[in-house]
Design a protein around this ligand. Sequence first.
Ligand code: OXD
Ligand code: MN
Length: 590
Amino acid sequence: MTTNRALSEWVDEVARLTRPENVHWCDGGEEEFQRLIDGMLADGTLYELNRESYPRCYLHRSDPSDVARVEHLTFICSENEADAGPNNHWMTPNEAHKKVDALFEGAMKGRTLYVIPYCMGPIQSSHARLGVEITDSPYVVANMKIMTRMGRQALDRIEAGEPFVRGLHSTGDLSPDHRLILHFPEERLIKSVGSGYGGNALLGKKCHALRIASWQARDEGWLAEHMLIVGIQNPEGKTRYIAAAFPSACGKTNLAMLIPPKAYPGWKIWTVGDDIAWLHVGDDGRLWAINPEAGYFGVVPGTNEKTNKNAYDTITKNTIFTNVAVTEDMEPWWEGKKTGKPVTDWQGRPYDPATASEPAAHPNSRFTVSAQQNPSYSEEAEAPEGVPISAIFFGGRRASLAPLIFEAKSWEHGVLIGAGMASEKTAAAAGKVGEVRRDPMAMKPFCGYNYGDYWRYWLSFARRAEHPPHIFHVNWFRKGADGKFLWPGFGENLRVLEWALERCEGHGDADETPIGFVPARGAIHLEGLDIDNQTMGKLLAVDDEAWYSEYEEIAEYFADYGERLPEKLEHERERVAGALNVAGDKASQA
Ligand code: OXD
Ligand code: MN
């Protein structure tokens, strides 16, 4: 079904191994999509939601053991262990192929093997990259149709001779004991078995657009990052673009679709992407970003008219919901939804909110929806060159320590800030929620190679890009002594972004501290917001002693990277730690 010999030979080889009943080459058309949906409705893979209030919306209930990414079963299988680094689980390519091929043996018996050619990035863009996923899951095909430019146009580029990443996926028997998510960066190959969950199974997303792409990007001179991309238009009509890296389930989708507060008439946010950015150096020496994805695979709980009205409105039609609860009249329901009452939980069991001890929707329940349905969708998401980035934001969930915002003093300092990131764990990955863990550049689960090499590569952009973006760190999640958030967040975050954009243009009053520039008193506009000076003081406070301890922890963390750790980064850490105002004996050890 293709003129590309390498592709047809690979499909034949996979079919010999997995022994499917049929092979279907996806064209990416609407008819094909509808046929898949009808088939899944017929066999119970999908349930139709309320046709009037949620037209063409469907619910998928996954296996209860298969609801998140599984980092302990995710491996980088590079020839050299050191190239994968301490940040990744590693297996030799030989062992990995052997193990996983045994699981693929006959795995598609009685099933259809779908071949999905896809393009990550605008179809006309030279910065886009191609992939082909083979899967036995119609749910995966339907999600890939929403999340990527999939089908004929992508195949045309492949047939014209462009290289492509190969991804082989089977849901297998869904047993966690038979689950493996393997990446072979040198072969530009992914093999994933035993899971139907988004991040493990929609191979264009985390596996290709981050793990394999980060490796490929370093070979080719660009960056693949876990970042949203938005345009911020001011009342004068000028739009500036920012990219922001926050760990999973820390509000990237909300920030990407932000609605300006009432005190900001005439401002507008344009969403280019909510999860992944591919950045390249433009002819003008700036960093330009494309969003490789075409849809959103967002966390549902907490989404309502106040937190994210754009997402709330976006997911009222043509949406696949995974692991939400349902109401009596078959509307999807999740914690934080202000209307309706769940009668059935995410596993399909009867649910009574009055007596229930667990949430009705899974905390990592998701929506899959086309980006074009978003009221704040930016047409620039289709621009082949992407958009120029003025500022990069790093951030995470930190109940204490990190101020609302601070600005790096240089590119190198910004790389240190990104490399030193930490955040409280969320439900997007299996494991204990709430623990603080190091998550440099929000890429801990996604960087396909040794972090030491990655930071060195990031540092090299000081010379690759003549006009790199300013770098900031934000923390929307700082709490007071009463355990309550100090900052209202959501739309009000625009106030913080405005200060950052002013800084990029040489304005915006700031106080210099050892960790970076923080907004001077009054520099963040607070009109129309009920927040007192004392609270702002707490939000912006820099505690030198606490930061000193943080930088000592960062030193310990960096030490794991041994000789791969760039000296420049360690010097930068020493510079910042040494400038902190702490008791004499500590300072002399810095
Ligand atoms: C995601 C994640 O799904 O980061 O985007 O887990
Ligand atoms: Mn993500």
